[in-house]
Write a new protein. Structure first.
Length: 113
């Protein structure tokens, strides 16, 4: 069974940083596209960033220059480094494997002073 498990969320002050991890099991993610989404209270789930099997990345305009997505195929894990966080980044962050279509359970990120 393919599973994705996110971790690394928490409460940080504005301007702070967090690194989220998405660990896969039941499948090797090497060569596969992995994507992060987020959903804030009362809002639709939105795209954050994606990384292809060749490690090409694409980011939502709202996080470009602040977030960095990377992958470690040996650890079967992708990482979302989030810097210069602001309250608008508060959301549940989800990892998604596109093929097959599998979502993680999400990890809460809260930015507040």
């Amino acid at each position: 069974q393919v599973q994705l498990v996110e971790s690394g969320g928490g409460l940080v002050q504005p301007g702070g940083s967090l690194r989220l991890s998405c660990a896969a099991s039941g499948i090797r993610i090497s060569g596969k596209t992995m994507t992060w989404y987020r959903q804030a209270p009362g809002r639709q789930r939105e795209f954050v960033a994606t990384i292809t099997g060749s490690a090409s990345t694409n980011y939502a305009d709202s996080v470009k220059g602040r977030f960095t997505l990377s992958r470690d195929n040996a650890k079967n894990t992708v990482y979302l480094q989030m810097d210069s966080l602001n309250p608008e980044d508060t959301a549940v962050y989800y990892c998604r494997l596109l093929i097959p279509d599998v979502w993680g359970q999400g990890t809460q990120v809260t930015i507040s002073s």
